[in-house]
Design a protein around this ligand. Structure first.
Ligand code: GLN
Ligand code: ZN
Length: 757
């Protein structure tokens, strides 16, 4: 009989219950017991949801109080020495100190690094290894949760991150980077974990090895077979899970490993049939055919056909069904979206609905009915395909009619630079900020009042104008050269545009975990994108009316809007991105016509959009660069285009960064001692650069001497003439006193150095 299972489920709770409990605990408003009780309630509800949906094997160990990679480090006793702890076990506050640097008890220490989980917008805590790293079981959480779920009668399948992916995702601190050498120390602990799970009566364990979808160096590929050979033995059966892409050259390797089953992502890859041919008869094949990365309903009839062929080939009992990956990356429950357009709602499925899809497919393969559900899914998809709202002739016509030079500025940078200087008269080392100013409690309260109808439209706009005036006056007072309006009207740099563009929908509860207690609510792009009216012009024009100095218009770029939204799956991403670019091009043009001479188009997600496999980088970079240029090339030479990117590795994409041809790029560099600029220097990057001179993630006020030192380091690499002076990123998470002190010091540093230039 076909088995249904799930790889992982959202942890945060349908109403972000876990977020609130965590933040209350960190701030001392509730104690440990209260936090753990709330966490348990969330965990129980998740299991119940999955069991109620009819899923056969329910994951355990995918829940987390912060991050599952951090949980793995705790389980394996991999705790950097600065979080010194006395006990045998990693206690709760040590765990939180690793994640965030501080916790209600224990000494603060530098938090562990955090980075993106593959190509998702979820961030994991990077494991930190010492060259002589040892491992031991140092957390009972996994085993406790298994017992907890079993006690409630669930048939559980514990989930653990596999040893090779775990090492791959970590970082060696001090000493040569030979993480793979740690495998010898690590495997016995994995053996012990499996042994203990067997002792709990578990029959299946899911071992995640997503590293198998990457371009792995030969030594890493070669490590798989001996490692999994060493993990053989009695104990639970093992399902090796891969997701987010195709295995390609690793497919044979994965099929041959001594495990009892293999899970493949059947949405982003199409290797199920190949795997069916290569898997030995004693192994199960888990087909991940429900998209765990997007919010669209699945064409169940089409999938049923595909699965029936597979089932015929390998036998129904060897075919398992699941979502393509953990459902962590989609919102919890669509039934909460009571205010969303019903036509759109009918096209979507969130985590809870995706479980229903898995179960329906399973039933139909077992021929236990469910035909109505298949028909309903197909009908919904037909309705979506045939909806007259999705495709717009005007959008298509405009894209088709774009002149060949639409993505090119009129003149090369050297000429633009001269005209811009004549117009803007900026001093050497011009100072600016990245856009946002503190989102104070007063701003949030006004927004809440306005949404609740306690403050009318006019009252809210008045409030925002006063906020903008305050930000403009403050910047003049600090002596900044290029000002911003401060973005008080935006909750989020993508949602703001999602609310204003045609073809986008925003949800009320569609939260997805980004890291720890932080969640984002990505807009949904469901149809052709167009801009019905200007989105930001009034605010920028108002800010400009208050000052003689140039005010920088502030937009989010097409790649970042795409990257941080759920994107329609009936059109290539490249095409959706071009549509967004054209909408932004109109906004850029309107800003210019309204007298805004400097316009910033933020692209913090430019690098994270890179495909997992290098072979696909070129195609991505081509359309990503083209989209940015489409958005920004419609202006006169005298209009200065800025872009901004947060902390990124630029080395391997510097050519594409240069091809954006922004007049000025600001980047996050303070924490890297300007080393990130090497890529720009080596490439002889031609345009202007504002390397961030202080870290905005910390409340500390930067010392002027430190900023001057960083600017000298930047000038050694790039010369003085093309440098700008700015913070690393926007200031929205900071308080006014820090912002004032930091920006005054920053302006002083720039002024002091101007004498040298
Ligand atoms: N303009 C945005 C801000 O200042 C940029 C944010 C970002 O780069 N993530 O907040
Ligand atoms: Zn940034």
């Amino acid at each position: 009989m076909t088995t249904t299972h799930n790889l992982g489920y959202p942890r945060i709770g349908p109403r972000r219950e876990l977020k609130r409990a965590l933040e209350a605990y960190w701030s001392g408003r509730i104690d440990r017991e209260a936090l753990l009780a709330e966490a348990r309630a969330v965990r129980d509800a998740r299991w119940r949801d999955q069991a109620d949906a009819g899923i056969d094997l329910i994951p355990v160990g995918d829940f987390s109080l912060y991050d599952h990679v951090l949980d793995t480090s705790a389980l394996l006793g991999c705790v950097p020495p600065r979080f010194s702890e006395a006990g045998e076990r990693v206690d709760l506050d040590t765990y939180f100190r690793m994640a965030r640097g501080r916790a209600p008890s224990g000494d603060p220490a530098d938090a562990c690094e955090m980075t993106k989980w593959f190509d998702t917008n979820y961030h994991y805590i990077v494991p930190e290894f010492a060259p002589d790293q040892t491992f031991r079981i140092a957390s009972e959480t996994l085993f406790d949760e298994v017992v907890e779920a079993q006690t409630q009668g669930y048939r559980v399948k514990p989930v653990i991150l596999g040893p090779i992916s775990y090492l791959w995702l970590g970082k060696m601190k001090g000493g040569a980077d030979d993480r793979l050498a740690l495998l010898d120390n690590l495997l016995p602990v994995y053996g012990e974990i499996l042994y203990r799970l067997a002792g709990l009566g578990v029959d299946w364990v899911q071992i995640d090895e997503p590293a198998l979808v990457l371009d792995l160096p030969p030594a890493w590929r070669a490590a798989y077979e001996p490692a999994y050979n060493r993990l053989q033995g009695r104990g639970p059966k093992r399902l090796l899970a891969t997701y987010f892409g195709s295995l390609e050259e690793n497919l044979g390797l994965a099929c041959g490993l001594p495990v009892d089953g293999l899970h493949l992502d059947g949405v982003r890859a199409s290797e199920l049939a190949q795997a069916a041919d290569r898997l030995p008869g004693y192994k199960v094949l888990s087909a991940g055919v429900i998209d765990g990365r997007n919010v669209w309903r699945t064409d169940l009839t089409a999938q049923r056909v595909r699965l029936a062929t597979l089932a015929e080939r390998i036998g129904r009992e060897r075919l398992w069904l699941a979502p393509s990956c953990s459902l962590l990356h989609v919102p919890v429950d669509l039934s909460q979206e009571t205010t969303l357009d019903p036509e759109l709602t009918a096209w979507m499925a969130f985590a809870r609905q995706k479980l229903d899809e898995v179960v329906v497919l399973g039933r139909s393969l077992r021929e236990e009915g469910g035909v109505e559900a298949l028909t309903a899914a197909t009908a919904a998809l037909t309705a979506r395909r045939e909806s007259t709202r999705v495709h717009r002739a005007d959008v298509a016509a405009r894209l088709a009619a774009l002149p060949p030079d639409a993505a090119r500025r009129d003149s090369p940078y050297e000429m633009r630079e001269r005209v811009q200087q004549e117009k803007l008269h900026l001093p050497p080392l011009p100072t600016t900020t990245i856009g946002s100013f503190p989102q104070t409690e007063a701003i949030r309260a006004a927004r809440r009042d306005w949404r609740a109808g306690r403050l009318d439209e006019a009252g809210y706009e008045d409030f925002l104008r006063r906020e903008i005036e305050r930000v403009v006056r403050a910047q003049e007072d600090y002596g900044l050269d290029v000002l911003v309006h401060g973005e008080p009207e935006r909750t989020d740099m993508v949602e703001y545009f999602g609310e204003r563009l045609d073809g986008f929908a925003v949800t009320a509860h569609g939260w997805v975990q980004s890291y720890g207690s932080r969640c984002v609510k990505p807009p949904v792009i469901w149809g052709d994108v167009a801009r019905p009216r200007p989105m930001t012009v009034d605010w920028s024009v108002y800010a400009q009316s208050l000052t003689e100095r140039p005010v920088k218009g502030m937009l989010t770029g097409p790649v970042t809007i795409l990257q941080w939204s759920f994107v329609r799956d009936d059109l290539p991403r490249a095409d959706v991105c071009r549509q967004i670019a054209l909408a932004l091009r109109d906004e850029v043009g309107d800003l210019e016509r309204a007298g805004i001479g400097v316009i910033q188009v933020d692209e913090p997600a430019f690098r994270e959009g890179l495909p997992l496999r290098r072979a696909q980088w070129g195609a991505y970079l081509d359309w990503a660069v083209e989209s940015f240029r489409l958005a920004t090339s419609g202006v006169a030479d005298a209009t200065q285009i800025h872009t901004h990117m947060c902390y990124s590795e630029f080395n391997d994409i510097i050519e594409a960064i240069a091809a954006l041809d922004a007049d000025v790029i600001t980047i996050e560099t303070a924490r890297s001692d300007m080393e990130l600029l090497d890529a720009f220097a080596d490439f002889a990057y031609p345009n202007e650069i504002g390397p961030g001179v202080y870290d905005i993630h910390s409340p500390n006020v930067p010392a002027p001497a430190r900023m001057e030192e960083l600017l000298r380091a930047a000038a050694r690499r790039l010369g003085w003439s093309r440098l700008w002076v700015n913070p690393d990123c926007g200031l929205k998470t900071r308080g006014w006193p820090e912002v004032e002190a930091a920006l005054r010091a920053m302006v002083d540093s720039a002024r002091a150095l101007r004498a040298e230039v």
